[in-house]
Write a protein that binds this ligand. Structure first.
Ligand code: ZN
Length: 298
């Protein structure tokens, strides 16, 4: 069997097992008034189930580097395919959804930040005409905060990680908790820059009214969670909680001032050395583990 083909299948089987085992982890997240801390904790809970899969992939890649190409696997190919098939279909579904989110036309929306690599703000001129200037400024401050944190990319990654844990409802709950906390954190960041909470609340409610006037197919396009952009509003159920927070005086949560959620680059600086260490361990110790597992000769 081609070495790369075997490696891909093994990553899907072992990584998929680890993901599915962690997906059902209930992981309750206690609510806190500190939106930035809540967003950071919720983001980690979305991402952590994927970490063992990445570590396993790095370790297996290290092992594969020490193997001849093609690898002679004495296991019956039908057994390998039967083991791989459920995980292969799961990965295929998640990748197709991720690709669809990238390639589809952005749906009509009121205000949104779009673009994975270079986030841009999309503001409907029809909505802007209905809003006062302070409300427009508030909406833009919120969307700029999304852009600074590269939230469209993070939403896309979070959706991909969640799809890999299908069909566990706990994974979807972790995603929804994070998406709600994300909106709260960006609201708070905009308010720390001088935006009035009441103006932001007015922008949110105007967006809801604007979206309510859209046609049914347009609203259906917006309701999909795989949309790779950050919108000014979250889902409808979160609206009341969000407006209540926006109308709460900011001084009650001033302890978050000056703190920032770790940027993607900072997280990568932690994860990349860890993955390289596992790659190295796979090179050194992969063969003694994999040899009996796959029935390989020395
Ligand atoms: Zn938003």
């Amino acid at each position: 069997m081609e070495r790369e083909t075997l490696l891909t299948m093994l990553v899907m089987i072992f990584g998929g097992c680890a993901l599915q085992a962690l997906a059902c982890w209930p992981d309750p997240l206690s609510s806190t008034a500190d939106a930035v801390a809540l967003e950071r904790a919720a983001w980690l809970r979305v991402c952590l189930p994927a970490l063992p899969m990445l570590l396993i992939a790095a370790w297996l890649a290290g092992w594969a580097l020490t193997q001849p190409d093609p690898v002679r696997v004495p296991l019956d190919p039908l057994v390998v395919v039967a083991l791989w098939l459920p995980f292969g279909l799961l990965f295929l579904r998640a990748l197709l959804r991720a690709l669809w989110a990238l390639l589809r036309e952005p749906p009509e929306c009121a205000v949104a930040t779009v673009g994975l690599m270079a986030p841009q703000i999309v503001f409907s001129p029809f909505l802007a005409r209905q809003l006062d200037e302070p409300v427009i400024r508030a909406a833009l401050a919120h969307e700029r905060a999304h852009g600074r944190h590269r939230d469209p990319l993070r939403i896309w990654l979070a959706q991909l990680i969640t799809d890999l844990q299908w069909p566990w409802p706990q994974a979807r709950r972790r995603l929804h908790v994070w998406l709600e906390a994300l909106e709260w954190a960006r609201d708070e960041e905009a308010r720390r820059q001088g935006v009035e909470g009441s103006d932001l609340a007015a922008a949110v409610l105007a967006s809801v009214r604007f979206l309510g006037a859209l046609s049914v197919p347009q609203r259906a396009a917006l309701s999909g969670t795989q949309v790779a952009h950050a919108r000014l509003i979250g889902d409808g159920q979160a609206l009341r909680r969000r407006i209540a927070r926006l109308l709460t005086p900011l001084h009650a949560r001033q302890q978050t001032e000056g703190r920032r959620a770790p940027a993607l680059l900072v997280q990568a600086a932690v994860w990349i050395p860890l993955l390289l260490a596992l790659l190295w361990l796979g090179i050194l110790y992969g063969a003694p583990v994999m040899r009996p597992l796959l029935g390989l000769t020395a």
